[in-house]
Ligand binder design. Structure first.
Ligand code: PMP
Length: 362
């Protein structure tokens, strides 16, 4: 995009960079290119800005929203809510977000700062119980006049937003970066790795890549241990009922967006909190990328897949492009104990002694 004056912040949704993760690739002995799609650089700070904008604009086209009157209600793990609250602040709709307790204080504070009401719900409530974030949203919808749930779990504009924007941006970046002798590239997206919550991101990107660019691209889905989105179900069985701290990925039901189109994911891997948060630390310390927890899940899932038999063929081929989706930023999680742990831990730096010596001098 050439520099220009934008009408409002929604013009700065998406258009995120694809960044080489060379140091991580080298440390893992990968010969392929490892590339991160860095979504925290979108206006609202996550990949979900794209669907919030698309769902609001579609509802407006359908005449379902009236400025000053409509109340947009949405159950979310936070990021869709932030995107919706941003869009609705600009356009003049009220917003109520139902948010499971486990989601960070930073997300609630951001939502409130954007003028949204936030209703917290018990994390352990099953998705179809009246107490869950989905159940409470439906109850509010029935009681509040002029209210509407745009429903990211079913809304076709969720995967479409990624088919029309995220996917094409990835393809364009890969295609328009020519192969050189020092940086070989197939100029194709050979592997795409992303986590799934609603499944909209992975479904939409997969459709864009397979339909318009490379039908042989291998799409790898990442699902936290304790969630049931992975296929075949035997992958989920080992950790049935396990709790996970990572936010935004994993569910106890398969959203319509994902079940409508399950063939768009070729292979699933399971991720653990421990591996995810360690991978966030690596992304920050070696690549300088201020990414959130589920970005660590994407990276650790990618590295897990790259050591499988099929993955090794890619890992050992110079020029193959493996794209890892990094959905949001660490500023969503700074009050979380896991962040403080990965921020503070580590060997004392070589500067510690020098600082101590320097400060001893009068
Ligand atoms: N990571 C984070 C931090 C998210 O908020 C979400 C959205 N729930 C995802 C990953 C997964 O995206 P999707 O809903 O498109 O599968």
């Amino acid at each position: 995009m050439s520099p220009q004056i934008l009408d409002n912040a929604l013009g700065a949704v998406g258009h995120t960079p694809l960044i080489r993760l060379d140091k991580i690739a080298a440390s893992k002995g990968l010969k392929c290119n490892l590339l991160g799609k860095v979504e925290f650089m979108s206006a609202g700070g996550s990949v979900k800005d794209r669907i919030a904008k698309a769902m609001v604009e579609a509802a407006e086209r359908d005449g379902k929203l009236i400025p000053g009157k409509s109340v947009v209600i949405e159950p979310t793990s936070g990021n869709t809510g932030i995107g919706l609250a941003m869009a609705c602040a600009i356009k003049g709709y009220s917003v109520i977000i139902t948010l499971p307790n486990k989601m960070s204080l930073e997300k609630e504070a951001l939502l409130r700062a954007l003028g949204a009401e936030v209703v917290r719900t018990p994390t352990e409530a099953a998705w179809d119980s009246p107490e869950s974030h989905i159940g409470v949203a439906k109850r509010l919808r029935r009681e509040i006049p002029h209210s509407i749930i745009l429903d990211q779990y079913c809304n076709v504009n969720n995967p479409l937003a990624h088919e029309y924007t995220t996917g094409p941006e990835i393809i364009e970046a890969v295609v328009s970066t020519p192969s050189t002798s020092s940086r070989p590239s197939t100029e194709k997206v050979d592997v795409m790795v992303a986590g799934a919550g609603t499944g909209g991101t992975i479904t939409g990107i997969s459709r864009a890549i397979k339909r318009t660019h490379n039908k042989d691209c291998i799409v790898v889905g990442v699902d936290p241990k304790g969630s049931i989105l992975a296929f075949p179900d035997t992958l989920n069985a080992a950790d049935e009922g396990a709790q996970y701290i990572v936010e935004g990925i994993g569910y106890d039901f398969i959203p319509d967006v994902l079940s409508r189109d399950p063939t768009h994911v070729d292979v699933w891997v399971k991720s653990s909190d421990e591996e995810s948060f360690a991978a966030v630390q690596t992304l920050m310390r070696s690549e300088g990328l201020l990414v959130g927890g589920s970005s660590g899940s994407s990276l650790s899932g990618a590295l897990r897949w790259l050591v499988t038999a099929e993955g090794q063929k890619v890992a050992n081929t110079p020029g193959k492009n493996v794209v890892v989706l990094l959905p949001d930023g660490i500023r969503n999680y700074m009050s979380k104990p896991w962040f403080l742990q990965i921020a503070m831990e580590g060997e004392p730096s070589h500067l510690a002694g020098i600082i101590a010596q320097a400060l001893q001098k009068p």
